[in-house]
Design a protein around this ligand. Sequence first.
Ligand code: ATP
Length: 683
Amino acid sequence: MLTLIQRRKKSNIRATARRVMSSKENVLSRLPVMSAKRPAASSNTSGGSGNTSGGSVESTGQPAQKKQRREAEPPRPRAALSTAPVCRPPAAAGVSRAPRATGAATVGAAPSRGVLRQNVVSVAPRGGARPAAAASSSNKAGAPGGAVAAAGGAVAGRRAGWDMRGKVTDMQAKLQSLQSRDRTAREESRELRGAAASAQQRTAQMAEELEGQRGQVAAYRGELAEVREELEREASERRGVQRELGGLQEAHRVVTALHDSQELELQAGRAKLLVQGSSLERLQASLELLQASLQQREQEVRLLQEAVGVQKDALHAGEMERRQLHNALQELKGNIRVFCRVRPLVGGGPSPHILLPADDNKALVLARSEESHVGRTGDTQKTYNFSFDRVFGPSASQQEVFEEISLLVQSALDGYNVCCFAYGQTGSGKTFTMEGGDSDAAVGVIPRAVQQVFLTAHTLGAQGWEFSFTASFVEVYNESLRDLLYAGKGGGKRPEHEIRKSAAGDISVTNLTYQKVATEGQVQNLIAVANQNRSTAQTTLNDRSSRSHSVFQLDIQGENAGRDVRCKSTLCLVDLAGSERVLKSQAQGERFKEMTAINGSLSNLGLVITALANKESHIPYRNSKLTYLLQSCLGGNSKTLMFVNIAPEPDSFGESLNSLRFASKVNDCFVGTASANKNKSSF
Ligand SMILES: Nc1ncnc2c1ncn2[C@@H]1O[C@H](COP(=O)(O)OP(=O)(O)OP(=O)(O)O)[C@@H](O)[C@H]1O
């Protein structure tokens, strides 16, 4: 559009300029040539023929000149001025100009050489009427054809010298012709001046118009510049708008794409919603059914809970009854029980001096041939009969042995202190009985008891019981205590331990590791640590484990918060040192000291048990570290189980007899009625 406006304006300006130029040309074309002082003469003379075109002078007779002039000068469309001064001979070259459309003045110079100097002026006024007048004027002057007879043809028309009269006539005619021409010229001059004035006026007018148009052009240019600036601004604005439009289009495209995707999502969501709506309806229907069912079930649950409550009460009452019955049974069995276990003979086979009656699992006969004191008769068979709570032969398995002990482990969970120790000479099978071997079948009393404790505790948990356990492992060697769970550096000095008794009668050891345990595995790890500590303390020459007592204690605390019942007990499992006599071992030095300590502690153990059996006022617990440590597990509310281990080899007969006698003494003790550690009278 801008281009169109610019082109239109330019076109207008050009058209205006063309009009101005055209007007100027018109004016100039209408102007006569005013600069010529002499009118142009047109003369064409050819020899003596006197042939002159347009204003020519001929020396021939006038009729002939008139005729030639008429023929030579055709009528002109516009006035023409032709001045031909006759001052040159006809031989001079003539100047001839073609007639102009807008008028022209022709000035011809006649030859200057000649006797007769005659100016011939031919003025051709507009419309072509003037030539005729001029010719007429010439004819009046006696120069037929409008030509000056003397010009060019002066030689031919020269009068005789004597013809003065004719000469005068000629001169008069000539004068008249010149006068006529002068008048004509003056008239034309006036006309030309008028035309010039008109032309000047017109020029001024045109100049004014031009000036006005220039102003207009300037105005147009200014306007054009403004239009251009405006167009520039508009173009700039348009570019900005286009950029903005591009951004908006891009944003629109993004929004459209987003809208499309959201529309798709919306459609998918609506479809999903429809599906979910139908599913929800189905679910609501199902829910209503379920709620109805739930209410029914809740009613049933309430009834069941009431039944469970009743059953729990019954269960608790049954549990309490079971405990009482169990304890009564254990008391009937005796609070100190002695089990005898005979180790298999190395190499297999039956023991020659140990007899185990097949029909009595509580009897053992130790038999040996002895020389007669008098020597007259042969060897006599000396037999020693022993009876215990249970006798296990060489073929008895670990599981079989533990089944008898498990009743006491149950008593420990019921709140009774339980102590189980193995007595016997070195190599008789004490450690095997208490700890056992690596295989599952060979596992001994301690790991099996620990397993039962945690299983039973878990079972009692369903009845509202919660238990906590604390384990310790101590060694009594040469009447000194050693922490087998000690985790300090081997190079550092181990702490000293002392046995303390609280006002409540609880026994504790100073600086001893009391480890909280919650699982069977944790206890097994502690046993492994204890065995590691024992193995590092012994040497090949000094089998320390055989000459020290190891005491594993598991403190048990139980609580049934719902029933407001608590219990507390200690399960004590002891692997005693070898019981061989000092004289037999013929030990000396350090070994003698060890054996003295062992025998002293074992003898004192027998004394304590005897004192408990005799209900003596003073029980010598403090006479040895072992009895002092086991004080809470011996007597009172405790249940004690003693294993007497017997080696079947013949050379162990004496030690076996000694062990069996000691065990029989313990077995004969009746240590009163045990009472559980309880805090509620109804238990
Ligand atoms: N009932 C048994 N069945 C099979 N092997 C047994 C039995 N009792 C003991 N033994 C084996 O007899 C050997 C000695 O047993 P053990 O070490 O338990 O005796 P100990 O009385 O603990 O000796 P120490 O007093 O030196 O510790 C071991 O190799 C053990 O495996």
